[in-house]
Write a protein that binds this ligand. Structure first.
Ligand SMILES: CC(C)(COP(=O)(O)OP(=O)(O)OC[C@H]1O[C@@H](n2cnc3c(N)ncnc32)[C@H](O)[C@@H]1OP(=O)(O)O)[C@@H](O)C(=O)NCCC(=O)NCCS
Length: 396
């Protein structure tokens, strides 16, 4: 068995997916993905694109411009036809599945260099370019499908796990504060590829190098005054939800042998991935089960994990997961989302599982070089969840 290390990871800024206010509103998602690949290859001259064994790309919505985006996005970017590609869909954990699939391929000795990417534009459906979903009518015999929309699942998780609106807003508050501090300190600089072709709200063109949604001036008072977004009298507001977002990311994975041969300095290796399923009407609690499975199968406890990156789909689910896992009673949860989470940074669905791995790598390299283990975990629509364990290669 080989070892798989993450040599590098890059991403676009996360853009608001809004037809008038989104800074990337004039760009197709495949164009953003190409700019991310171009940025990655510009940093790496020790090998060529044709040396890549395979490119995996995850998206939640596998239609419109995201239909087989691994292949079509790669070819549209002018990259070599000889490189194999594979599109993956696991709802929000899609890009995490791409990284895990890539890491396992390397560990199995089937590849030495893999690009594991993710891309999602939540404007697609609204632009009219995405296909609709045709859900099996029989699901209605098994579930109350009115509970399937993501916002409704966040309401139900809040009610079932006793998370109130204020708890959810505290999660959003600390997320924005941490993200704003990280942004101001330039901590995302190494992972963000500046994207050309962006436009400001007023149409002024610019090259964008920072996440659009982060609110340094976030206020508990303002958030508490907001109306529920999904159901009358509900717990979940726009502030307690990750926003509609678009973005792309790419992680460069290598066998440790190959990385050593090429003279790379790397920090994390992939240890283990655990997928878990749960009731789709409370999909947001899924990361709890994925993390518990990961800990059990690797013989670790929460005390062994130094840094956690939890995708904050909604404030209610993020608080419920952290509490039930034993990471604390209320936000801010210790060692969780040190540079902020999706409530502030945004959540381009199937891209986020890759984004949090790339950010974890940078957090552990720059801010927590003594940390041994980090876990990334997230929920996914219809009850899929995924968690992955990473280890500092300098700590045995
Ligand atoms: C909640 C939701 C419906 C709101 O969508 P929307 O009505 O288009 O609203 P926006 O997100 O644009 O926010 C509405 C307003 O509230 C404001 N707002 C949002 N968060 C805020 C905060 N923390 N503080 C102050 N204002 C805030 C926004 O700025 C916006 O006003 P603006 O347009 O003047 O800037 C949408 O964000 C959503 O569906 N989120 C969940 C996405 C999802 O399901 N993801 C999958 C998870 S598994």
């Amino acid at each position: 068995m080989k070892e798989c290390v993450i040599v590098d990871g890059v991403r676009s800024p996360n853009f608001r997916a809004h037809a008038e206010k989104g800074w990337a509103r004039n760009l197709r998602i495949d164009e953003i993905l190409t700019q991310v690949y171009d940025g990655l290859f510009a940093r790496h001259t020790k090998f060529k694109p044709e040396d890549v064994d395979a490119v995996f790309c995850g998206s939640a919505n596998q239609s419109g411009p995201q239909a087989d985006i691994a292949r079509l996005g790669w070819l549209a970017g002018g990259y070599p036809e000889s490189v194999a590609t594979c599109s993956l869909g696991q709802q929000c954990p899609s890009a995490m599945a791409a990284v895990e699939f890539g890491a396992r391929t390397i560990i199995n000795g089937e590849a030495d260099i893999i690009i594991a990417s993710g891309a999602e534009d939540m404007l697609i459906g609204r632009r009219g370019g995405g296909g609709g979903m045709d859900m099996a009518p029989r699901l209605a015999q098994r579930y109350n499908v009115a509970d399937f929309p993501m916002g409704m699942t966040a309401e139900k998780v809040g009610t079932m796990w006793n998370v109130n609106k204020t708890d959810a807003h505290k999660m959003a508050y600390y997320s924005n504060k941490a993200a704003a501090a990280a942004q101001a300190a330039g901590k995302f600089k190494d992972e963000i590829i500046p994207i050309k072709g962006c436009v400001k709200d007023d149409g002024t063109p610019f090259v964008c190098d920072q996440d659009q949604w982060v609110r340094p001036d976030v206020s508990m008072e303002k958030m508490e005054a907001m109306q529920p977004a999904f159901k009358p009298g509900g717990l979940v507001t726009a502030a307690g939800s990750s926003p509609l977002t678009s973005g792309a990311c790419a992680a460069l994975l290598m066998s440790r042998d190959k990385a050593d041969e090429l003279g790379y300095d790397y920090h994390l290796k992939y240890v283990f991935g655990a997928m878990a399923g749960c009731d789709p009407t409370v999909m947001g609690i899924g990361p709890l089960y994925a993390a518990q499975k990961l800990l059990k199968r690797t013989g670790k406890t929460i005390k062994d994990i130094d840094v956690w990156e939890l995708n904050e789909a909604f404030g209610t689910q993020a608080v419920a997961v952290c509490r039930e896992l034993g990471l604390g009673k209320e936000p801010p949860f210790e060692n969780v989302n040190l540079w902020g989470g999706a409530l502030a940074l945004g959540h381009p669905l199937g891209e986020s599982g890759g984004r949090i791995i790339i950010t974890l790598n940078n957090i552990m390299k720059k801010d927590r070089p003594d940390a041994k283990y980090g876990v990334c975990f997230l929920c996914g629509g219809f009850g899929n969840a995924n968690a992955s364990l990473w280890q500092n290669v300098n700590k045995s």
